[in-house]
Design a protein around this ligand. Structure first.
Ligand code: ZN
Ligand code: ZN
Length: 164
C-alpha cells in the first residue's frame, strides 16, 4: 500500500483528526504546565497547584481564563518584597540612640554605656562572655549565666587608668 493510497479517503480524515487531537492535547499539557508553574509561584499550597492543574483542562481553554481570575494577584516574591517594604515604612527612624541621665552628673548618656564619658562614673560593666551590660551588683550574668564575681570592677580601660 503506497503512502498516497494510505492518506486517501477516510484514512486521511482519521490522520487529520489524530493530528488535531494530538495538537490540542499538546497545547493543553503546555497550558497546564504553565498554569501549575504560575500557581507554584503564587502559593505554597499544593492543593492550589492541583486545583490549577485541573482547571487548565476545562475545555475549550475556559479553565485557563478562569485560573487568571481566581489566582492570587501577586507572586510570593512580590508578596515578600511588599511585606519588607511595609516593614521598613512602619519602623520609626531610630537614628537617635536612647539616652538617660547619668546618675552622678545628670548629663545625657546612652543606655548602653557602662561608664559616664563626662564624669567617669562607672555604673555598670560588661559580661566577659556575652558582652552585655551588667549592673555592678550582679554576681552573675543574667543573659548567659556566667559567674562574674561579687563586685570586682573590671579592669579599667587603659586610657582612664593612666596615672596622673
Ligand atoms: Zn556623669
Ligand atoms: Zn553574659
Amino acid at each position: 500500500m503506497s503512502l498516497v493510497a494510505f492518506l486517501s479517503g477516510t484514512n486521511l480524515l482519521i490522520v487529520g483528526i489524530v493530528l488535531l487531537v494530538l495538537y490540542v492535547a499538546l497545547l493543553l499539557v503546555a497550558l497546564a504546565y504553565n498554569v501549575v508553574r504560575d500557581a507554584r509561584r503564587r502559593s505554597t499550597s499544593i492543593l492550589f497547584a492541583i486545583f490549577a492543574f485541573l482547571l487548565a483542562f476545562i475545555p475549550p481553554f475556559l479553565g485557563a481564563l478562569l485560573y487568571l481570575v481566581v489566582r492570587p494577584p501577586r507572586t510570593l516574591d512580590e508578596e515578600r518584597a511588599l511585606e519588607l517594604e511595609q516593614q521598613v515604612l512602619a519602623e520609626p527612624p531610630s537614628d537617635e540612640p536612647e539616652t538617660r541621665p547619668c546618675p552622678t552628673c545628670g548629663r545625657d548618656i546612652e543606655q548602653d554605656f557602662v561608664i559616664c564619658p563626662y564624669c567617669r562614673t562607672q555604673f555598670a560593666r560588661r559580661c566577659g562572655v556575652c558582652e552585655r551590660r551588667l549592673r555592678l551588683g550582679w554576681p552573675v550574668c543574667p543573659y548567659c549565666a556566667t559567674e562574674v564575681g561579687a563586685h570586682p570592677l573590671p579592669p579599667a580601660p587603659s586610657r582612664s587608668a593612666a596615672p596622673h
